[in-house]
Ligand binder design. Structure first.
Ligand SMILES: O=P(O)(O)OC[C@@H](O)[C@@H](O)c1c[nH]c2ccccc12
Length: 273
């Protein structure tokens, strides 16, 4: 399959993953795996994410994101832990932290800062392609790890998922179309996210979740990701079967992040079902 975004260009996802692999290769030579392993062993034990993400009402996963390839700079976020604290005050069930530096202006230190500031599960949102990064995530204190189906072949997805589970964490397995949902479920995902944004082209399709939700088995927790501007979008996703929504831009740009999170969760509770 070939997906082109610009005339003669490579997909955005492929370009990001190429950068991530380059930096990973460098880290692997400077920080030996044994050191990452030791840090993971010393990290606080993982928090159980699935019970936090499914229940009555819609759960909100609020994201710490400074910039994105689609939108450019969003918010400076000088204190990620304080922002995460506001999210939790508003009722966030989990926090997503972008740790990718070049395209999202994130850092691994952001994740550790958030993990120590809040008591809810924390997701490492990055482009994970190698077991080294899964161990790194645990060493940083992550409870959840994002795995993007479009960036991984089937055997790699399966083995990374096994790695995440064996370290006691939960994988958020991200899909964008029916074939990817099937691959996620077949690999053993217990938490599946449907990203409205196609990471190859950066285009948003808010109808993607509703089209794919029915194909996700009922025992799998379902997350609708990206493009959620406010309570009406959250309510629509809840009505379409979302257990949780993953929201970045709308909450990082809000003057009152706690109120923004609370409004997302509350609107869905009253308008859906
Ligand atoms: O800022 P938004 O549109 O609310 O989106 C949040 C989140 O879904 C988005 O950041 C995201 C979803 N999947 C990703 C994979 C990699 C990087 C980023 C993402």
């Amino acid at each position: 399959m070939t997906v082109t975004t610009r005339p003669g260009g490579e997909s955005v996802l492929a370009r990001i993953v190429a950068d991530v692999r380059r930096e990973l290769a460098l880290r692997m030579t400077t920080v030996p795996f044994s050191q990452v392993e030791a840090r993971a062993a010393a990290a606080p034990p993982p928090r159980d994410a699935l019970p936090a993400l499914r229940g009555d009402g819609l759960r909100v996963i609020a994201e710490v994101k400074r910039r994105s390839p689609a939108k450019g700079p969003l918010a400076p976020i000088p204190d990620p832990g304080a922002l995460a604290g506001r999210y939790v005050a508003g009722g966030a069930a989990a926090i997503s932290v972008l740790t990718e530096p070049n395209w999202f202006a994130g850092s691994p230190a952001d994740l550790t800062a958030v993990r120590t500031a809040v008591e809810v599960p924390v997701l490492r949102k990055d482009f994970v392609v190698d077991p080294y990064q899964v161990w790194e995530a645990r060493a940083l204190g992550a409870d959840l790890v994002l795995l993007i189906v479009a960036a991984l072949d089937a055997p790699t997805l399966r083995s990374l998922l096994g790695q995440v589970h064996s370290l006691g964490m939960t994988a958020l397995v991200e899909a964008h179309d029916q074939a990817e949902v099937t691959r996620a479920v077949e690999a053993g995902a217990r938490l599946v996210g449907v990203n409205a944004r196609d990471l190859r082209t950066l285009r948003i399709d808010m109808a993607a979740f509703a089209a794919l939700a029915a194909g996700i088995p009922p025992d799998v927790v379902r997350v609708a990701e990206s493009g959620i501007r406010g309570p009406a979008d959250a309510a629509a996703y809840r009505a379409a079967g979302a257990d949780a929504v993953l929201v970045g831009e709308a909450v990082v740009t809000s003057p009152d992040p706690a109120a923004a999170v609370a409004a997302l969760a509350a609107a869905a509770a009253t308008e859906a079902r």
